[in-house]
Design a binder for this molecule. Sequence first.
Ligand SMILES: *[C@@H]1O[C@H](CO)[C@@H](O)[C@H](O)[C@H]1NC(C)=O
Ligand SMILES: *[C@@H]1O[C@H](CO)[C@@H](O)[C@H](O)[C@H]1NC(C)=O
Ligand SMILES: *[C@@H]1O[C@H](CO)[C@@H](O)[C@H](O)[C@H]1NC(C)=O
Ligand SMILES: *[C@@H]1O[C@H](CO)[C@@H](O)[C@H](O)[C@H]1NC(C)=O
Ligand SMILES: *[C@@H]1O[C@H](CO)[C@@H](O)[C@H](O)[C@H]1NC(C)=O
Ligand SMILES: *[C@@H]1O[C@H](CO)[C@@H](O)[C@H](O)[C@H]1NC(C)=O
Ligand SMILES: *[C@@H]1O[C@H](CO)[C@@H](O)[C@H](O)[C@H]1NC(C)=O
Ligand SMILES: [Zn+2]
Length: 913
Amino acid sequence: MALASVATIVALWTIALTGGDGGDDVTAPWDRHRLSSALVPERYNISLWPRLNRDPNSGLYIFTGKSTVEFECVKETQLILIHSNKLNYTVLNNTHTVRVTATGGGSAPGVQSTWLQMDTQYLVIQLDSELIPGQRYQLYTEFTGELADDLAGFYRSEYEEDGTRKIMAVSQMHPTHARKTFPCFDEPAMKSVFYITLTHPPGTVALSNGMETEIVNTTVEGVAVTQTTTHTDPYMGSPVGHRSGTRDYALNVTGPVLDFLQSYYNISYPLSKSDQIAIPDFYFGAMENWGLVTYRETNLLYDPLTSSIRNKETTVTIIAHELAHMWFGNLVTLRWWNEVWLNEGFASYVSYLGADHAEPAWNLKDLIILTTIVRPDQIGQQFDVISYSKGAAVLRMLSDFLSESIFVQGLSRYLNHFAYSNTVGNDLWQQLQLVVEANNVSLPGPVCDIMNRWVLQMGFPVVTIDTTTGAVSQKHFLLDPESKVTVESPYRYEWMIPVRWMKSGEVQRDRWWLMEKEAVNLEMKTGGLWILANVNVTGFYRVNYDLGNWERLLTQLDSEHQVIPVINRASWWTMLSTWPGASVHFQVSPNFHAWFHSAQLISTSLALRTTSYLLLETEYMPWQSALNNLQYYDLMLDRTDAYQPMQNYMRKLVTPLFLHFKNITSNWTRVPDGLTDQYNQVNAISMGCKTGLTECQSLTTAWFKQWMENPTDNPIHPNLRTTVYCSAVAAGDEAEWEFGWSQFKNATLASEASKLMSALACTKNKQLLQRYLSHTLNPAMIRKQDATSVITSVASNREGQSLAWDFVRDQWEYMFTQYGVGSFSFASMISGVTARFSTAAELQQLEEFVKQNSAAGFGSATLAVEQAVERTRANIKWLQLNQQEILDWFNSQSRHQTQRHCADTRLTCNKDE
Ligand SMILES: *[C@@H]1O[C@H](CO)[C@@H](O)[C@H](O)[C@H]1NC(C)=O
Ligand SMILES: *[C@@H]1O[C@H](CO)[C@@H](O)[C@H](O)[C@H]1NC(C)=O
Ligand SMILES: *[C@@H]1O[C@H](CO)[C@@H](O)[C@H](O)[C@H]1NC(C)=O
Ligand SMILES: *[C@@H]1O[C@H](CO)[C@@H](O)[C@H](O)[C@H]1NC(C)=O
Ligand SMILES: *[C@@H]1O[C@H](CO)[C@@H](O)[C@H](O)[C@H]1NC(C)=O
Ligand SMILES: *[C@@H]1O[C@H](CO)[C@@H](O)[C@H](O)[C@H]1NC(C)=O
Ligand SMILES: *[C@@H]1O[C@H](CO)[C@@H](O)[C@H](O)[C@H]1NC(C)=O
Ligand SMILES: [Zn+2]
C-alpha cells in the first residue's frame, strides 16, 4: 500500500510575471498577456486524478482532470479566454474540447472553434454569438497533464522510505502554475471559490488547503478509488458561519503596515493590489504569495467578541511579516534556500517594526526577545524556527551597531539595486558597506567580515567578564563542553563582538568591540560597582561574570530592579539557567543531540536566586521568561520530593503579582490597558491557580460556574479563557468536563474550540483523561488534525503523562498509519509525551519501544524519537546533578522570602500562607 501518497492542492494566484500589456488595441486579445475584464469567475468545480504509476501508453506519469468553471459575463463578448498551459484536452462527443452552458438552464452561444495559444498560455474559445452581461455561464473541459517532476503546477515528488520508493502528487501554483493544473483565469484579481475533488488510491491520503467535505470509496473507470472533496473559499476567507467583522482587524492594520513598509524600504509597494486570505486547515502559518498572502484562518481572523489580545498580536505581526516579504523575498529574492534564514530572519525582524507602527501603544519591538527564546520541544520539528530567530537576532544586532538609519539606507539601496532579480547574502552586506563608507561610520572591519562570522559560524559566543581584572574573553558557547566541535570554521570560532554595557546603572557612551579571544578593558575593572554587558540584549551572545559581579547584580535586582533594563531582566534567567534546553535560546547548531547536554556556566542555586526578585516584578517579559525556563524544573520535579516545596515557592512569588492585577483590574471586573499587562494578567492567574492559590481557584471556578449556568453568555474575558477553562476543569470534575466538551463540540470559532480542546486535557480525573484520549481514535469526536495535539495536551498534565504514553504505545500502529508520514505534529506528539522522562525506568521503556518498532521505522518522527532518547538521558543526568541542590534551595528559600516580602510591602499576604 502506498501509504505515503499524498495529493495536495493549493490554489493560489500571483501576479502574472509578464509585460506586454501596452493597451495596444491592434493586437488580438489572445496575444495580450492580461485577461480582459469581460468575464469574472465565480466558482470552480475541479476533479483531479493523479496516477501514481506510469501510464502504460505514454510511459509518463499523468493526471487527468475535469473542470467546470462558472463565470459571470460583465461585458458582452464572443470570446472566452482562459489560461491553460501544457494541458491536453479531450474532444467531447466528437465536437469540441469544451462545452459552454448557461447557468440556470438558459441558452448559451454555440462553440465555433477552440485553440491553444501557446505563447500567452490561453485556451481560446470563439463563440457563435455574444455572451450576455449579467448572465452566468459554465465552461466544462476534460484534460490530461503530465505529473512531471518539475516542481511546478501539479507535480510529482519521489522519496525513499524504509527502502521503498514512494510517490507523492504535490502542487505548487505559485507563481503561474495553476494554469498547468487546470484551465483557469490565472490572474490575481480573479479570485474564486473552489470545489476540488481528488481521486486517489484507497488507503492513501489526499490533503488540500480546503476543508474536507466528503470522502467516499468508489469505482471510476473500473478502478477502485477514494474521492476526497474539499472546498476553499477565498472570497470569504472562512467557512460559512463566521460572524462578519472578523476581517476588520486585519483590514484595519494592513494599511498602516503597508504605509510603514513603503517608507521604511523607501520603495512603494510593488504591486497594484494586496489581497490577504484566510484558509481553513492551512499547514503553514501563512504563505507570502506575492499580492495574495494566504493565512491560516486563526492567524488572520480576529473576532472582537471572542478573540484574545494574543490573537490580535499574532494577526498584526504575521501580517507585517508576510507583507515585509513583498519586498524582501518577492521583489528581491535570494537565490537559494541555504539563505532562507536571511529572508525569514529579515521578515521576522521587520515584522516587529511594522506591527509596532500599526499598534504603537503595545511596545512590540521589545517582544522580539521573547520570540527568539525558543524551547526545545518547539524546535525539535521546526528547523526554521532556528533560522527565523537567529536571523532576526543577528539583523537586530547589525541594525544596532550600524544605527537604524544606516541600516535602512543600505537596505533600501539593496532593494532598489536588485529589484526583480535574485541575490546572495553578500549582496546585502556590500550595499550596506557602501552606505557605511559614504557616512564615515566607524566599524572595526568591513560589514561582510563582521557578519560572516555571525552567519557562517555555528552557534554563538559567550563573553566572560572578570570585573576584578578587566579581563574579557570570548569562547564558542558549547552545550556539551566535552564535545568536539564537529564543523571547522575558517574564523576559528572567533567573533567581532559589539559590547554595549552599563556600569552601576549608567550606560557607557561608546560601544566596545571585543575582537580577540582574550582582551583587557580596564574600564571593566570596577571595584565595588556592577557591570551589565549586552545592554538591551542587542548582541547575539551570552555574558558571564565573576561571582562578585553576579552578587552585585543580584543585590541590585533585589533592591531596585528597574535600574536594569527590562529586556535584560527578561533574558536574565535564560542567561543563567543551566537546564539542558535553556541553551536553545541562541541555538543554531543543526546537531540536535548536542542540545541536550548542559553547559553549566554557573551554579543552579545562583540561577534560582535570580527568581526571588520576581516578588517585586510586575513586568511581563521577565515573568514570561522566568516561567518559560521554570517549566523545565516543573517537568523534571513534579514527580519528586521537590515538587511541593517548588509549588509553595512559586505560589509565594506569584501572590503579589496576582494581587497587583486584582487591584488594577478593580477586583477582576476589567482587563488592564496595555498589551503586556494583559499578557501578564494571564500569567498571574495561570500561575496562581496552578500553584494552589485559593483565591485564584475560587475566582476561576466561579466564572466557569456562571458560564455553566448560562451557556449562551460566557462571562470570561477572551484573554483569560485558555487559563480559566483549564483551571476550572482541573478544579472541577465530570460536570465541568462534560460542559467543556459540549461547548467544544458546538464551538463555531476555531480559536474558541482550540481553547476548550486544550482545557479538557487539564482535568485531574484519570477516567476522563482516558476517555478523552480514546476520542482521538474517532474522527467524529476529535478531528484528525487535532488528535496529536489532544494527546500532547493530556501528556502535559501531570496526571495524564503516563496515560498518554501508554496510549501512544498501545495505539502506535493506528497512529503511525494515520499521522505518521509527513506530519510534523506527529513529531511534536513524541516530544510532548516523552517530555517528562527522567528516570531509568522510563528510559528503558522508551528504548524498548524504539526496538519494537524499529522495523517499521518512525517516519517523520524519526528525529523526535532519537531526541527523546537523548533528552531522557540528559534529564536523568541533570536530575542526578541538581535534584538535591534544588530541593534544599526551595526548602530554605520559600519561608524567609515571604516573611521579608510581607514586611517590605503593603500587600496583604494570602491568608493560607
Ligand atoms: C455527450 O452526449 C450525450 C448524449 O447526447 C450527453 O448526455 C452527454 O452529456 C454529452 N457529454 C458531453 C461531455 O458533452
Ligand atoms: C499531450 O500531447 C502531446 C502531443 O500529442 C504529447 O506529446 C504529450 O505526451 C501529451 N501529454 C500527456 C500528459 O499526455
Ligand atoms: C476506503 O477504503 C480504505 C482502504 O480500503 C479504508 O481504509 C477507508 O476507511 C475507506 N473509507 C471510507 C470512507 O469508506
Ligand atoms: C477597525 O477600525 C474601525 C475604524 O477605526 C474601528 O471602528 C474598529 O473598531 C476597528 N476594528 C477592529 C477589530 O479593530
Ligand atoms: C533599551 O530599551 C528600552 C526599551 O525597552 C529603551 O527605552 C532604552 O532606551 C534602551 N536602552 C538603550 C541603552 O538603548
Ligand atoms: C492599587 O492600584 C492603585 C491604582 O489603581 C494604586 O494607587 C495602589 O497603590 C494599588 N495598591 C496596591 C496594594 O497595589
Ligand atoms: C474590591 O473588593 C474589596 C473587598 O471586596 C473592596 O473593599 C474594594 O473596594 C473593591 N475594589 C474595587 C476597585 O472595586
Ligand atoms: Zn516568512
